[in-house]
Design a protein around this ligand. Structure first.
Ligand SMILES: Nc1nc2c(ncn2[C@@H]2O[C@H](COP(=O)(O)OP(=O)(O)OP(=O)(O)O)[C@@H](O)[C@H]2O)c(=O)[nH]1
Ligand SMILES: [Mg+2]
Ligand SMILES: [Zn+2]
Ligand SMILES: [Zn+2]
Length: 413
């Protein structure tokens, strides 16, 4: 089990429990009192007010009959005798959602310069997985744990009901940013019949500021090292040559130019190598989906038949690899024109498993008079799901329709 907060690895049976301080104890009926949880408070940083540092006592389960440490779904608190189901991470003392420990988890890191669109993207991605994409794959997505459930609701209400874009993500110096934890359930069609396969998806949405230099990125080192896949978001509107090419319009003002994607990619590769993710020829083995965001703003630069202008079909509940390669080639030729292919060459040198994507979370630019709002018609995303589905497909979690399959040729990746 990998803790989705601090990325400590532990066997599920080693995890301590937290007493819920409920009445009706067996020893005199006195519930436990809250204790200061300094381990947790220190990990969460200065944003936790002192009153909230008082929490239910953490204890390790007594040894069972066989001399093994407990690891059952519940353990009785030694203070009050009341059983509790809540497991906590031994390193950071964060509570783990009840079913998190039983599932296979996939940690997806979202990286990209400030204002490249990470937070908007993750909100839209979750909504797509829940609705259109979920239907196509017979999948369902559920927020895990009360923190994610609350934030998930707030994010959806802000973006889809109030049409408000997310605020800038606060840097870690101001407090810990919780990961978003979801349970993705996919149908399993095996010889043993039908069933579901559950995977915990952990999205970690970094603040752009924390990725702008190698030292800043160091704060995210555990998270990056534990990632099963990285989605690197590249904002085309922060690239000088794209800004020059776009016809002057009446859209919203162009964003400030933040950290160049080449620098983020280089620092990321260095971080991953430091975590033993460097493989043969020094290439990083963690798969990386490089997604150019805000493709709605690139319409004037695209041909009428560009694959970036429509969503993948997801026919037969499988991911369209032919379409993915078409998008990759389209993006590559666009990037060639932007920087003579410098970013792509660097990515190819550093990453063994790489694919380019083009996504638009909103489908249209924010209104020019209200740049913090979503377009009037709400988000109408384009290809937002592709980077994630590709990463899941590489792990065998969703079927991929390989090129040449119907022509009877062998699969190629
Ligand atoms: N045209 C267009 N603009 C977008 C899209 N998504 C985001 N934006 C714009 O980009 C801005 C920044 O988006 P965020 O999602 O907050 O970016 P971020 O990467 O999370 O930024 P930090 O948290 O500060 O690192 C938004 O306020 C929008 O103006 C999109 O799909 N299309
Ligand atoms: Mg953000
Ligand atoms: Zn932890
Ligand atoms: Zn107790």
């Amino acid at each position: 089990m990998i803790c989705p907060y601090c990325f400590d690895r532990a066997a599920a049976r080693q995890l301590p429990y937290r007493c819920l301080m409920k009445a009706a104890g067996v020893r005199g009926g006195q519930p436990c009192e809250a204790e200061r949880d300094d381990i947790w408070a220190e990990f969460m940083g200065p944003s936790v007010p002192p009153a909230l540092r008082m929490r239910g006592p953490v204890f390790t389960a007594p040894r069972g009959l066989a001399g093994l440490r407990g690891g059952g779904p519940r353990a009785a608190c030694p203070g009050c005798g009341v059983p509790t189901p809540v497991r906590v991470c031994r390193r950071c003392h964060n509570d783990l959602p009840s079913d998190y420990c039983d599932q296979d988890s996939r940690i997806i890191a979202l990286v990209g310069a400030k204002a490249s669109g990470k937070s908007t993207y993750v909100s839209v991605l979750v909504n797509e997985l829940r609705n259109r994409v979920g239907r196509a794959y017979g999948a369902s997505l559920a927020a895990m744990g009360s923190d994610t459930q609350r934030r998930d609701r707030e994010l959806a209400e802000d973006l889809y009901d109030r049409l408000r874009l997310p605020d800038a993500t606060r840097p870690t110096a101001m407090g810990f940013n919780d990961p978003l934890l979801y349970r993705l359930s996919l149908p399993r069609r095996g010889r043993l019949g039908e069933g579901s396969r559950h995977t915990a998806l952990v999205f970690f949405d970094a603040a752009g500021e924390d990725l702008k230099s190698a030292e800043a990125m160091d704060r995210y080192t555990h998270y990056l090292g534990a990632a099963d896949g990285v989605i690197l978001l590249v904002d085309p509107l922060q690239l000088g040559s794209v800004r020059d090419r776009l016809p002057p319009g009446d859209g919203p003002p162009l964003p400030a130019v933040e950290t160049p994607p080449q620098q983020i990619a280089a620092d990321l590769a260095a971080q991953l190598r430091a975590h033993g993710r460097g493989g043969s020829r020094g290439q990083v083995s963690t798969p990386i989906a490089v997604a150019v965001t805000k493709t709605d703003a690139l319409r004037p630069l695209l041909g009428p038949h560009s694959p970036l202008l429509r969503n993948a079909p997801h026919q037969g509940a499988s991911f369209d690899e032919v379409g993915r390669l078409a998008v990759h080639e389209e993006m590559r030729s666009l990037m060639d024109g932007w920087d003579s292919g410098a970013l792509y060459r660097q990515l190819e040198r550093d990453f063994a498993k790489l694919s380019l994507f083009g996504v638009s979370a909103l489908g249209a630019p924010p209104p020019s008079h209200a740049p913090a709002d979503a377009p009037k018609s709400g988000p109408q995303p384009l290809r937002a799901e592709d980077p994630l589905l590709w990463l899941l497909g590489l792990r065998g979690l969703i079927p991929m329709q390989r090129p040449g399959k119907h022509a009877g040729k062998g699969a190629r990746s």
